[in-house]
Design a protein around this ligand. Structure first.
Ligand code: AOF
Ligand code: ZN
Length: 355
């Protein structure tokens, strides 16, 4: 049966993931009601929009007039135990008298956090936990960060040579990685609430910082320009429906209506303010200075490093001084995955912080 649960959990992950932006700040959740004896899916529910039905209730409603007493409900996140915008799903499951509940991962929301599972177990319903747990956690990594830290999830993307350089000794930087890697970045842009870059990159490259994949959402843009030096003629400021946040401490100028200035002391302060403005995840695409500051201030959750099979030798390193003088002072990460992207390699790693 475990193989079957995993197969159904994969279906939940796939359906839930379509509602990333609509469901936020809620997690992405889908639930399947399954008849084990008949090996048949009765219904599938999804949490489609913040404030609307949770996945479990959606699945129950879709099942219609059904006897749930011999049915299993598979859900990628622990059913909630609290009264929020909607009533508790754990209560619904108990009330409908399900036989079994199969859960991907627990809900880190302090209002839930094991209470949903407890309610269901206390009602005498069998509970299976940890089915495709890693995948379920990965699906909702943004929600997990948001609900536990009240901060956006921050993914830092870099593209370097094999010797970790981003500019040649002659000052050239385009292009280091291949076309497939750059397409991959477009996909990453479509999955984040905002892209962050700095005035240096804007002045040097005048990038659009949009997602060029047809039909995908254009992410908001966060531009760091502490002293308010750059003019609003650059592409990142054009009015294309995306919100533009200018992180600056110079408020003595007129801002276009699509540009919102955000004063900030440091990156923790900035990200906390952005979180309160509905920026739940950020893809960082900057040069060395800002990248170094974000990592030094322990604000990065994950790093995607695209590595091109080239060596520059002398050139600019992707990162600067982090104040690491002893090996045990190093910033620690955990490798999560590695894949070949055409001629390049993509290394995915998560930062490990002590707290
Ligand atoms: C579930 N199933 O489909 C989702 C859950 O304000 P509410 O009522 O929408 O509650 C939001 C919280 O409920 C959210 O922070 C998370 O802990 C949980 N989300 N739980 O059982 C779902 N979306
Ligand atoms: Zn719920």
């Amino acid at each position: 049966m475990m193989k079957k649960y995993e197969e159904l959990m994969r279906l939940c992950i796939e359906s839930a993931s379509k509602y990333r932006f609509e469901a936020a700040p809620n997690p992405m959740v889908s639930a399947i009601i399954y008849d084990e004896r008949e090996d048949k899916i009765i219904s599938q529910g999804v949490h489609r929009k913040y404030g609307e039905n949770h996945a479990e209730r959606d699945a129950v409603e879709k099942a219609g007039d059904c006897d749930f007493s011999d049915k299993t409900i598979i859900v990628n996140l622990e059913p909630c135990a609290h009264q929020g915008k909607t009533p508790p799903c754990a209560d619904l499951i108990v009330e409908k008298g399900f036989k079994k509940v199969v859960i991907g991962t627990y809900d880190p929301n302090p209002l839930v956090c094991g209470q949903g599972i407890l309610k269901i177990k206390n009602a005498g319903i069998e509970v299976v936990t940890g089915v495709l747990e890693d995948e379920c956690k990965e699906l909702n990594k943004v929600f997990i960060k948001n609900v536990t830290k009240k901060m956006p999830y921050v993914l830092v993307k870099i593209a370097t040579t094999l010797d970790s350089k981003i500019v040649t000794a002659g000052g050239e930087s385009k292009w280091i990685t291949g076309e497939a890697s750059r397409e991959y970045v477009q996909k990453l842009r479509s999955q984040h609430f905002a892209i962050l870059s700095g005035s240096g990159t804007v002045l040097a490259d005048n990038p659009a910082l949009t997602c060029r994949i047809k039909g995908e959402r254009t992410p908001d843009r966060v531009i760091i320009d502490r002293h308010g030096k750059i003019s609003f003629d650059y592409q990142v400021f054009r009015d294309d429906g995306a919100r533009v946040f200018l992180a600056t401490n110079n408020l003595n100028r007129d801002f276009p209506k699509n540009v919102t200035p955000v004063e900030f002391a440091n990156f923790r302060d900035l990200f906390s303010k952005l979180y309160n403005l509905g920026v739940y995840s950020i893809l960082v695409e900057t040069g060395k200075t800002i990248l170094t500051a974000i990592i030094k201030q322990e604000m990065a959750d994950e790093l995607y490093k695209f590595v091109s099979p080239k060596i520059f030798g002398t050139g600019l390193d992707f990162i600067g001084n982090l104040g690491v003088y002893k090996i045990n002072e190093a910033y620690k990460l955990k490798f999560c995955d590695m894949e070949k992207v055409d001629e390049d390699v993509l290394i995915k790693a998560k930062f490990l912080y002590e707290d």
